[in-house]
Design a protein around this ligand. Sequence first.
Ligand code: ADP
Length: 636
Amino acid sequence: MTQPDGHADLAHPARGRGWRLAVALAMAACCAAAGWGAYAVALQRYVATRAEEAGQRTTFYAQNLRSTLARYESLPRLAALEHVLHVALLEGSQAGDATMRRAANAYLKEVQAATDLAAAHLINTTGLTIAASNWDLPTSFVGQNYAFRPYFAEAMREGLGRFYGVGNTTGETGYFVAAPVREGTKPIGVVVVKVNLDAFEASLSRSGDTVLLVDRHGVIFLSSVPEWKYRTLGTLSPEQQTALDATRQYAPHTLTPLDTQAGGVPFSADRPPQAVRVALPGKSVSTLRVQYRPVGLLGWQVVVLIDPRDEQRTALVAGASAAFAMALVFSVFVALRLRTRRREEQRRARAALREVQRDLEARIAQRTAELTSANTALASKVEALDATQRILRETRDAAVQAGKLAVLGQMAAGITHELNQPLTALTTLSDNANQLAERGRIDEVRGNLTLISQLANRMGRIVSHIKAFSRKGDAARAAVSVDEAIRQALMLVETRRRQVGVTVTAPPVSADLAVWANAVRLEQVLVNLIRNAIDAMAETSQPESAAVHVSVEPIENWVRITVRDFGPGIPADVLPRLFEPFFTTKDDGQGLGLGLAISLAIIEDFGGRLVGQHADDGAGGAEFVIELERVVKPHA
Ligand code: ADP
């Protein structure tokens, strides 16, 4: 990838992150807006629905109460027709007739029991109760004056009186309906029935709604919440308070406003409060909405309170659901986008991979081509090396041959001497033999001939050996007897040895001891080393005083042949150049400097080692050590 691309890649993630954050924030804002919108709409709808439902239920409670009250409406009128009551009232006005009153009591009790009333009683024109269904109870109304009760006055005046209030005698609340007992058209008393609305109140408590029944002053006289009974919606004006005191409607209860925060606004049936701040039992203070339905002829209203928190809660659920749904939609959208992007990335990655693969293949092909050409070059180099090695081998063989010839050349004088000696002897012996033959001394002639034959043999051996040594033989490895090689070498250096006057000791070696070498070449090496040793001894003042030692020592699978002299040794400056071709310290013509170089090549060719060093035993001189692989014969 190029540098600018790399920069673009680096810049991208930061920009992408900012963009993603903005999108995430926008999505969150959308979710919040959707949630809020749904909440608002749902709240509006729930409020409307709830108001409608509450309205229906309010109507239902009102009708229920209306029908309950209607049932008792005509009861006092009917009772008022009863003759016994007439008599009691008329009799009662004349200081009372106990019998009549008892009859009235019995009748009223009967009415009370038959129609499930709280009580029924008969009041005379002064408001005094002269008979009652509860005449025999401690809470008997008989003797009580109820002239202060509005129902009495209304019944006397208008023909029917209605009132709801706390029983003055019993302390029990009830709905009083009163009808006049007439004599002709003239009212002579009033029959009152007291209806107990406890059952209705209990049904309100069970309804699950917060239902109240308020009078025209806003006083709650029936309630599904027991604690709210005798509280007021709004406050009571002084006039209202006075009116209530006059009728002792709710005495002895103190009437306190339900909503203490309402601010002292008196209750008005025309404009009742639409909301009250109050704590429902077990709940915190909240503003409740209010629904009203008028009921009955006393200015009562059925009131249903609605807790808006329920709607808010439901609307909140709707809002949360909308926000969640929106979030879900976004999540699906984001997931789809991510999937698309991931696929796109995968596609791009695959394409990049293919590109890399192609690149790699191209590089492999290029590298293979390079390798092939390198291989070809190497093969040709190997070939060249082989050729060089072959040339080297040939050159070395030539050098070995040259070395041998050189040795022979150096030995030429000695060999000549070696051959001259027997030749002279032969001449003398043959001359001698002639003379002896002339004298007829045949036996001595024979003796001479035998000697001649021996000398000729010896010369033949020398010649044949020199011939063999100088022959350009093949260098194949074979088992070579160490003893044999040493003996042949000693013979070849014999002339030189004698010339210098040095002793060469070579203790006999087991004839079985053999090494992997080539006989002629090993002899050539030994000749070189022994000759060098003799030459070194020649440099000393008394060469005869010491000897050249040729020793043989088998070491495991190796055979070590050491040539040791007591010459001047090898100077430090010569040592590193010892095996260098054409390096010699010998006076002109005496040395070619090839002996050791060729010897090393031969020994290494056999897989052996050749080292030359200053002898380290303190006696001076040099020692050359050959190590060759031993021929291990299989045990029989
Ligand atoms: P050359 O004998 O023809 O000089 P060599 O290769 O055989 O060639 O020997 C190289 C040189 O090594 C000799 O000239 C001589 O200086 C040194 N050298 C060889 N053998 C001995 C020895 N035994 N003692 C001291 N010097 C030696």
